[in-house]
Design a protein around this ligand. Structure first.
Ligand code: ADP
Ligand code: TRP
Length: 354
């Protein structure tokens, strides 16, 4: 039996190196698995993007650019079902049904909800008591929308409706996967069925990667404003890497690295070969390192990966007819599978035809 793989990325902007190494490159690897052990579904989560109120014109642009980026990075519509979430109306219907088994309290305790709600309300710090009162809206006219609260239900439905068991995502999505497993178990036990399997993250046995930002700390992310995009041209990309934060350099052999320098080495490990990592590690340890050379090497090696992808993105993005064909075929396949699950779920829940 082949396992079903499914993953998606929210349509909130161009893809960056974090999305590429944390998610997209893994999708391509699973699709191209030589033993062909997987049936793959990869989609663009535009309904999830609506939870943070994008402008309508921007949303469509983002869907289109992620689609072109998926294809340019190597996702192949002949091998994977590539679709747009909102093209599958079975998803919102099952989202309504599954919400009947999801607690408001457990959703309010989800870390991603609290983070985003805090941002929407303009709150600082992490005083949870305060945040709950603010969300209920006693003293504010700012609103946290219900779609944001039920974001994990929608994500669980994306996965469960396709009966996926492997979900390649970055580390930050673990809590959402845990909720998906909990909802699947709850549905099964409430109705006394053995209908849904529990999905898990998947990383070919390796550690999930976290691509760091080059601004000294933390991860690369859209909301961090520190991204190197797949679409950055050579000059922009080199400039971003050369501006990466470092320190004055080691003065004593084998000194510990500060976080900013560690981040550069983390990136080097992701994009370069082991011999180059060894070379620069030795240079750091014997104090001969020149950060300029390290950064040039990193920029060079990133460009080796991104330049061909970027060229393809530009070509594909302009081919509206091709993009339309891909999503139409993808939606048909995704709907075929989703409608079977929805039919069963309605039946199990007691929504039955006369
Ligand atoms: P962002 O954090 O930029 O808003 P998303 O939340 O849309 O990105 O993430 C889409 C996918 O990319 C997820 O699977 C996420 O785990 C992965 N991802 C995002 N940033 C990174 C990063 N810096 N390192 C590794 N994976 C990442
Ligand atoms: N929440 C995911 C993210 O922010 C995107 C997503 C939505 C997803 N539905 C999914 C990922 C289903 C995997 C499976 O990146």
């Amino acid at each position: 039996m082949k396992e079903i793989v499914l993953s998606g990325i929210r349509a909130t902007g161009q893809l960056h190196l974090g999305n590429y190494y944390g998610a997209l490159s893994k999708f391509v690897k699973m699709q191209n698995d030589p033993e062909s052990k997987y049936i793959n579904y990869f989609f663009i989560a535009d309904l999830h993007a609506l939870t943070t109120a994008p402008e309508p014109d921007k949303l469509h642009e983002n869907v289109k650019s992620i689609l072109a980026e998926y294809l340019a990075a190597g996702l192949d519509p002949e091998k994977s079902t590539i679709f747009v979430q909102s093209d599958v109306p079975e998803i919102p219907e099952m989202y309504l049904l599954l919400n009947m088994h999801v607690g408001i309290g457990e959703l309010m305790r989800t870390a991603s909800f609290k983070d985003k709600a805090r941002k929407m309300l303009g709150l600082t710090g992490d005083n949870d008591e305060n945040i709950e009162k603010e969300i209920i809206g006693a003293n504010t006219n700012k609103r946290v929308n219900a779609g944001l609260l039920t974001y994990p239900t929608l994500m669980a439905v994306d996965i469960l409706i396709q009966k996926a068991t492997k979900v390649p995502v970055g580390k930050d999505q673990e809590q959402h996967l845990e909720l998906t497993r909990r909802f699947a178990r709850r549905f099964n036990s409430f109705y006394g069925v053995d209908y849904f399997s529990e999905p898990a993250n998947f990383d070919f046995g390796g550690e999930p990667v976290k691509v760091p930002g080059l601004d000294g700390s933390g991860k690369m992310g859209k909301s961090e404003g520190n991204c190197i995009y797949l679409l950055d041209d050579e000059k922009t990309l080199r400039k971003k890497v050369m501006r990466a934060v470092t320190d004055e350099g080691p003065k004593v052999p084998n000194s510990p690295m500060c976080e900013a320098v560690q981040n550069l080495f983390t990136l080097l490990k992701i994009v370069s070969t082991p011999d180059k990592v060894q070379y620069f590690t030795d240079a750091y340890n014997n104090c001969s390192i020149r950060y300029g050379d390290l950064k040039k090497e990193i920029a060079e090696d990133i460009l080796k990966v991104t330049t061909p992808i970027r060229e393809r993105i530009i070509d594909i993005q302009n081919d509206d007819a091709y993009l339309a064909r891909v999503v139409k075929a993808g939606a048909e396949k995704a709907r075929e599978n989703a409608s079977k699950t929805l039919r069963d779920v309605r039946e199990i829940m007691g929504i039955r035809p006369f």
